[in-house]
Design a protein around this ligand. Structure first.
Ligand SMILES: Nc1ncnc2c1ncn2[C@@H]1O[C@H](COP(=O)(O)OP(=O)(O)O)[C@@H](O)[C@H]1O
Ligand SMILES: [Mg+2]
Length: 169
C-alpha cells in the first residue's frame, strides 16, 4: 500500500473533545471524501462520527449502524450528506462492493467503521483514523461510558490531502 502524505496524532481527554476534534475535521471535508475508522469495540468510532456529523452540518441522530450497515444522514446546510457504514461483519472488498457505496461516493462524505483493510479500493484519497485507549486494556468493560483519554492517529492518503494538512486544537 502507498504511504501516507502526512500523519497526525493527538490525545482527547474525554468524549466531548473527541467529538470536537471530529467536528473540526468535519468542517474541512468535502463531497467525495472517504474516512476509514479503526479501533476496537468501544474505542470511539461512532462517537467520532457524531462529531464529524456536527462539523459537516448533517442531520443529527448518528448511532452505530451495526445492524443496518449503512445509514445516510442528509445535510441540513448545503453540504454533502454523510454515509455512515459499519463494515465489522463485511470481511472482504467484495462484500463492501455489494453495498454500492460508489453510487453515493461523489456526493457524500463516506465514513466506514472497520473499513481499514476492506475499503481502500473505494478511493485513493482517504483519511485513516485509528482510535485507541492509550492504556490499552480489554474492551468492552463496565466503565466504557466514563470519560477516558483516547489517542487519535490520522493518516492521510492521496493527492487530495497533499498540501492540505488539518490543523487540530
Ligand atoms: N475520550 C473519549 N472519546 C470517545 N469515547 C469515549 C471517550 N472516553 C470514553 N468514551 C466512551 O467510549 C465509548 C465509545 O463508544 P463508540 O463510539 O460506540 O465506540 P465504537 O464505535 O468504536 O465501538 C462510549 O461509551 C464513550 O462514552
Ligand atoms: Mg461503532
Amino acid at each position: 500500500m502507498s504511504s501516507p502524505v502526512w500523519t497526525a496524532e493527538l490525545v482527547t481527554a474525554d468524549v466531548e473533545l473527541t467529538r470536537a476534534t471530529a467536528a473540526e475535521i468535519g468542517r474541512t471535508l468535502a463531497a467525495g471524501d472517504v474516512l476509514l475508522l479503526t479501533g476496537e469495540l468501544g474505542a470511539g468510532k461512532t462517537t467520532f462520527t457524531q462529531g464529524l456529523g456536527v462539523g459537516l452540518g448533517v442531520r443529527s441522530g448518528i448511532i452505530s449502524p451495526t445492524f443496518v450497515l449503512v445509514r445516510i444522514h442528509p445535510s441540513i446546510t448545503d453540504g454533502p450528506q454523510l454515509v455512515h457504514v459499519d463494515a465489522y461483519r463485511l470481511t472482504s472488498a467484495g462484500e463492501i462492493d455489494d453495498l454500492d457505496l460508489e453510487s453515493t461516493l461523489d456526493t457524500s462524505v463516506t465514513v466506514i467503521e472497520w473499513g481499514e483493510g476492506r475499503a481502500e479500493h473505494l478511493s485513493p484519497n482517504r483519511l485513516h483514523i485509528h482510535l485507541a485507549r492509550p492504556t490499552g486494556g480489554e474492551l468492552p468493560d463496565f466503565e466504557a461510558d466514563d470519560d477516558e483519554p483516547r489517542t487519535l492517529q490520522i493518516e492521510a492518503f492521496g493527492p487530495r490531502w497533499e498540501g492540505q494538512r488539518i490543523q487540530l486544537g
